[in-house]
Structures are given as C-alpha cells and as structure tokens.
Design a protein around this ligand. Structure first.
Ligand SMILES: CC(C)(COP(=O)(O)OP(=O)(O)OC[C@H]1O[C@@H](n2cnc3c(N)ncnc32)[C@H](O)[C@@H]1OP(=O)(O)O)[C@@H](O)C(=O)NCCC(=O)NCCS
Length: 385
C-alpha cells in the first residue's frame, strides 16, 4: 500500500490527470493546441478575441447575432467601480500592475450585486463582466501607479483596440490591432496550467467566481508561469545587441541560470503558439522598421537550442511584439491575465457543472510519535519563559 502511494506521487503533479475538460486539448507529441476542437493556428489568424472568448465559454462558435450580443455586453461592462479608481490613485507609486490587477478584481467583487449568486446564468453574467473589466483594470492600474492621467475605455473599439487605446492614448495603426488581438487569442486558454488549476481548487470549495480569478491572477504572477514574458523583455534589453547575445546566454547557462521564455512542462517538442508569435514579431518589426529586438530574439533562440535543446514557449516572442506595440514591460503579465480570464471563467463554469472538492493527499515525510514537553521543561525553555 505504502509502495503504491509512492508510485502515485509526481513532483509538481507532472503527468497527473487532475480532471476532465472539454475546453482545450494539448497534444505535446504533435505539438497541437485546440480550443473546443478548433486549431489555435486557425483561431489566431481568423477569429477575434471576443469570438474566441464566446467559443471557450459556450462551447461553440457564435452566430453573427450571438457574437454581436456578446460583444455589446463586453463593451457595456468595461467601466470599473469608482472605488477601484480611488484605491489605485492611493496605492504606492509604481505598485506593480499585477498586484494592482489582483487587488482591483477583488475590490470589484464588492460592487457586483450577483457576487453571491452561484446560479449558472449569474456566473455567465459575472464571467462577461470580469472579461470586460480586466483590460480596464490592467490599463488603469499601470497609468495611475505611474501617475499618468487615466484614459476611459471606449465602447466603439474591439477589446484589443480598446486596450491599446487605454494604454497609449491613440488607436492602433497598421497591423498593430490585429497582431495584439491575435496574441490575446493565443493567451486565452491553456488547459490545466498552474493558474487555471488554482482557480479550480478555489471554485471547487463552492467559492465565488471572483475568488477563483483572484487565485488565478496571484498564481500567474510568478516568473515560472505568466511572469516570464516580462522577464524575456528585460533579458533582451540587457543583452542590447545581436553581437552580445551569444556571450550573454553562455554566461547565464554556465551559471546554471534559466533562460526565460524557453522550455515547457507539457510541450517537449516545441510550443505550438511560439511560431505564431514569431511571425507576429517579424511583421510588427517590419511595419515599425525596427528589428533589433526581433533579431536578438532569433540569435538567443539559436544559441539556447544549440546549447540546451530547448525551444521557445508562448512568452518568448510575445515580449518583442509587446515592446514594439509600445506597451510597458510590467503590463505584459496583466495582458496575459486579461486574455486568460476567458479560459479561467470557462474552466470555473465547467467545474461547477460537475463539481467535486479538489483535495489531494500528501506523503508524510516528517517525524512521528514525539512526546509533548511543556514549555518550562524544554531545553532553554525557562529562559524563554
Ligand atoms: C517552464 C518550466 C518551469 C518547465 O519546467 P519543467 O518541465 O519543470 O522542467 P524542469 O524544470 O524539470 O527542467 C528540465 C531541465 O531543463 C532545464 N531547463 C528547463 N527550462 C530551462 C530554461 N528556460 N533555461 C535553462 N534550462 C532550462 C532545467 O534546468 C533542467 O535541467 P537539468 O535536468 O540539467 O537540471 C521551465 O522550462 C522554465 O523554468 N522555463 C523558464 C520560465 C518560462 O519561460 N516560463 C513560461 C512557461 S510558458
């Protein structure tokens, strides 16, 4: 029995099937990724973020009428409570955008009259509110923490265009809006990743959808998960030129440091999403006529592949794309979060449709059978008392 238990344990739950889902399938061998049966390579170029969010939530592509209704709902729900704006104004200057986003979602829950209503219809309505408000929270958080004038969301722009507008104060030009939209589709969902799983653990206690999203945002923040895209850009800036790339990487590898944006727990033959963003990175650098960051990325990719056999993951080329879109580094992970909110909400709703409390067990490795010694009788105890 003891032997059997040990066999079941897998550090980091690697390879463990922790649930069933009809939302997303990753095939690491064929390096494919599908949302509700549709290939990400099709969705990323042919769909929109709004349509993809609908697909994830409701399980099928919308009709034109359903898409309009859903998009109109998202547009009408973009404003955030004034209390969140006040709190952001009072937050310490340069508070990190991820911390502000996590706090903003939590505070927004207080102003949602349906927060305690766990009916399926209320959960779909709350999901739409969360998906609509997260970009506003991300943009506002950054702007106010950096003492910049907030820019109100507009309801005549798509989700992607509106976020770029709130961040930069102008509408995107050329391929910028489409490329950003595509990146949101790519980031929208990824099966049982750490943040989605943390949302499921929270919701499986029959907690509310906002609490699930707060758990997910906190989990996404770490550099081994969503925080990697920001770290990639810091690395590219630190490298500075193609000529310095090889020596920079060799030095880090010699020190046994990890190169951000490479490797993946599930994909061992390459992350399906990376080539799509690599194309986007090339397109935007050509449009802007500035390929420094793309070129350094290519050189680093070559060296890491040669030295470690590791391939880029989703976060790698997202960095050079977002930098050329004029987005500040610390908004990269909030962008991942606002895109992933569609996936998180879909998993939460799916979990609630057939819920069972998620509560695994552990293998005990501590001491056993110790005898309790009163404080005064412990070594050094009298002094302490
Ligand atoms: C994503 C990640 C946590 C997955 O890791 P994992 O499946 O748990 O793989 P492991 O941590 O067991 O690593 C296996 C080996 O590859 C190495 N490795 C993995 N990713 C590496 C990286 N980015 N840079 C350098 N070496 C790496 C490890 O050092 C380890 O080598 P060792 O066996 O000699 O010790 C890991 O690849 C990583 O830290 N990547 C960088 C962060 C990142 O980009 N995260 C975003 C993920 S989408």
């Amino acid at each position: 029995m003891e032997e059997e238990k040990k066999k079941e344990y897998s550090p980091g739950l690697e390879g463990i099937i922790a649930g069933k889902t009809g939302i997303c399938e990753i095939d690491p061998e064929r390096a494919t990724l599908t949302y509700r049966g549709y290939d990400i390579r099709d969705l990323a170029v042919k769909s929109t973020y709004e349509e993809t969010a609908y697909l994830l939530l409701y399980g099928e592509l919308p009709t034109a009428g359903k898409l309009k209704e859903f998009s109109d709902t998202l547009r009408s729900e973009r404003a955030v409570p004034g209390e969140v704006v006040d709190l952001y104004r009072r937050a310490p200057q340069k508070s990190h955008s991820m911390d502000l986003l996590r706090t903003g979602i939590s505070l927004s829950a207080l102003y949602d009259p349906e927060v305690w209503d766990d009916s399926i219809d209320a959960n779909y309505r709350k999901a739409a509110r969360i998906i609509a408000k997260m970009p506003t929270l991300a943009a506002l958080g950054y702007r106010l923490a950096h003492r910049k004038k907030p820019i109100e969301p507009r309801d005549d722009l798509s989700a992607a265009e509106n976020f770029l507008y709130m961040m930069r104060g102008s509408e995107p030009e050329g391929p910028a809006g489409r490329i950003f939209d595509s990146s949101l589709i790519i980031y929208a969902e990824h099966e049982y990743n750490a943040s989605s799983f943390s949302a499921l653990v929270t919701i499986s206690t029959r907690s509310d959808i906002y609490s699930g999203i707060v758990s997910a945002v906190g989990t996404l923040k770490g550099p081994l998960h969503g925080g990697a895209n920001e770290e990639v850009m810091k690395m590219l800036l630190d490298i500075g030129s193609v000529e310095k790339a090889e020596a920079w990487i060799m030095d880090k590898l010699a020190k046994k440091q990890r190169i951000m944006g490479f490797g993946h727990r599930v994909y061992k033959h390459g992350d399906t999403r990376a080539p799509i963003l690599k194309e986007a990175s090339l397109e935007i650098c050509k449009f802007e006529n500035y390929c420094r960051w793309h070129d350094i990325s290519l050189k680093v990719e070559e060296v890491v592949k040669r030295e470690k056999g590791l391939l880029p993951n989703v976060d790698y080329f997202a960095a050079s794309v977002y930098y050329l879109l004029g987005l500040p580094l610390e908004t990269y992970t909030p962008i991942f979060a606002m895109a992933r909110s569609a996936g998180w909400c879909s998993h939460i709703i799916e979990q609630l449709s057939d819920n069972r409390l998620i509560r695994p067990t552990s293998e005990y490795t501590g001491k056993r059978g110790l005898k309790y010694v009163p404080l005064g009788e412990r070594e050094g105890g009298q002094k302490a008392a």
